[in-house]
Design a protein around this ligand. Structure first.
Ligand SMILES: [Zn+2]
Length: 478
């Protein structure tokens, strides 16, 4: 009997090869439990046989939340390695999480989305061609990746890095400052951006990565951005969460997003570090803009716009201006994608509203994981499209503050009766497209300047005069 069992096991081993194993002992790795549901040999032809294995993948829940015990821990994020899968057909059924089409990689670096025929909500069905495969909710942007990027960015003379504090597990909370140190601070707009409060939200990091590359570019436009601004950027506000593969919490189970109104003794060390740095940096002058960069399971990019009723008409107008500038000429993000809410003090926006009463515009921006504009027929989210969204965001910030960068001048008008006069000191020679602003840039006119010189433009209105912004952009007139 015993011999029979050994022979049968040996036969199975010879036939099936080495058993499939699962592991997560790497940066951002996460998996709760795996249950083998079934294992079946299928003979697609007389000479061929394929092992079909189906698993239940139970993603790991965050620790119980000591600060908000009423909240259910999230288990959205998973990122694991499977070995010995070559030539086997693997079915994965996800629990505790909701991937629409998960991603995979054969080397842990270059990720692909499973094809439509291989994946659907909470399911994957794929025949793998390599022995090792990584599977994740979305393309990871982990601690090691950030450290490599920081080395590149901090190699530039206009980027410095500080440590705001140490996370519970001993990782530094890193902040980049990007600005042209030759230009006095008082002439600059001050912008604070932080991301990865929720560690599963790696699309936020890909977007921020694209923004930072544009901001640090050695180009006339990049140089002008840095002359006009100081950017304080905290790429990972929750480094333990990112490194440890958590979903929405830090290593203690705290959701850092909703603890801004708690005293230091109750909130996390990470929120404490962010708050004290922001207080220090705004002792003399508030930030002009604060962006809290996230990703969401809703299949669209969004800003959370605070209503005029919950803030002020002026604040709402500023928020809508930035939002509309971000969606302008953006193939991924549209005006109808916004959410509307009130600034509660547990969030960073509410904390800032209470401190500045609207002097600082503070907004949360969200990128999706799956597709844009709630359109599954449209483009699915990729690294290039997220990075492009970072570029669009920086362009919107530039227009919002009316930075005149080479080739793109945003002019405010002076009313003169029913006319509005726009002026710019020194416009280079060239052909220009002129736009007016009606919650989007609307082509209005063209202008040719044979030689460089002062620029003056007049809009005459018969009825209600146009008083809005004018954009003068270099371009080819068809
Ligand atoms: Zn979030």
């Amino acid at each position: 009997m015993k011999w029979l069992f050994i022979l049968a096991s040996l036969a199975a081993w010879l036939q099936e090869g080495r058993p499939v194993t699962f592991s997560t002992n790497f940066d951002s790795g996460s998996l709760g439990d795996v249950v083998l549901i079934d294992s079946v040999w299928v003979r697609p032809s007389r000479t061929d046989s394929v092992l079909h294995l189906s698993y239940e993948i139970i993603s790991r829940l965050d620790p119980d939340n000591p600060a908000n015990p009423e909240l259910q821990p999230s288990g959205r994020w998973f990122f694991f390695r499977m070995e010995n899968v070559a030539g086997k057909h693997i079915y994965l059924n996800f629990r505790n999480t909701d991937p629409k089409r998960a991603v995979y990689s054969y080397n842990g670096k270059d990720f692909h989305r499973f094809e439509h025929y291989q994946a659907s909500l909470r399911k994957v069905s794929a025949l793998f061609t390599c022995d090792t495969v990584y599977v994740a909710y979305f393309i990871p942007y982990g601690w090691d990746m950030l450290q490599q990027r920081l080395v590149q960015w901090t190699g530039l003379s206009y980027v410095t890095m500080d440590t705001l504090g140490i996370s519970m597990m001993g990782l530094p909370i890193q902040m980049l400052t990007v600005t042209d140190p030759q230009v006095p601070e008082k002439e600059k707009d001050r912008i604070w951006i932080h991301a990865r409060v929720h560690p599963s939200e790696s699309p936020a990091s890909w977007q921020l990565d694209g923004l930072l590359d544009c901001l640090t570019e050695d180009s006339p436009v990049g140089r002008e951005y840095r002359r006009r601004s100081v950017f304080y950027v905290v790429p990972f506000t929750n480094p333990d969460g990112v490194y440890g593969g958590y979903s929405r919490s830090n290593a203690r189970g705290i959701n850092q997003e909703i603890n801004w109104d708690h005293p230091d003794s109750v909130t996390s060390v990470e929120v404490e570090a962010l708050r004290s740095t922001m207080e220090l940096l705004t002792a003399d002058k508030p930030f002009d803009l604060v962006l809290n960069v996230h990703a969401q399971s809703s299949d669209k990019a969004s800003y959370y716009i605070h209503t005029a009723e919950s803030t002020s008409e002026e604040y709402y107008r500023k928020a809508m201006l930035l939002a509309n500038l971000t969606t302008d000429d953006n193939p991924y993000f549209f005006p109808e994608d916004m959410f509307y809410s009130s600034p509660a003090p547990r969030y960073v926006e509410g904390w800032i509203w209470n401190r500045t009463q609207g002097k600082t515009l503070a907004l949360t921006i969200e990128m999706p994981y799956s597709y844009y504009n709630e359109n599954p027929e449209g483009e699915w989210v990729t690294i290039p499209s997220l990075r492009e969204n970072g570029e669009f965001l920086l362009r919107a910030i530039s227009d919002y503050f009316q930075w005149n960068v080479p080739g793109r001048y945003i002019l405010e008008g002076t009313p003169k009766g029913n006319r509005t006069v726009y002026r710019y000191d020194m416009l280079p020679a060239g052909t220009y497209l002129i736009y007016i602003w009606e919650d989007a840039w609307i082509p209005y006119d063209t202008a040719v300047r044979k030689r460089p010189g002062p620029f003056r433009y007049l809009i005459r209105s018969k009825e209600k005069p146009y008083r809005g912004l004018l954009r003068v952009s270099s371009g080819r007139v068809e």
